[in-house]
Design a binder for this molecule. Sequence first.
Ligand SMILES: [Zn+2]
Length: 86
Amino acid sequence: MLTDRQPARPPRYELHDGSAYLVLHRDRELGPTDRCPFCGKQHWHGEGDGHRVAHCVKGRGRTLIAADGTKLDQAAGYVIRTRKAA
Ligand SMILES: [Zn+2]
């Protein structure tokens, strides 16, 4: 489990078809993601990386601002990226 001592980092994002999506990393496929900046929880998704509908229970409608000022909307979902290929 991740702890609350993890330092806050500016949200990462990717552009797809001109829209910006938060990137949520995970260490392995089928494993939990890092703590979600929208809701503060970890999310579990299936095989394969890519754009997903956000699983957030809290934080719906929240908007984050990336380091360069890009707005990331929770309603747009996020992009799952696995750090290490299986
Ligand atoms: Zn979330």
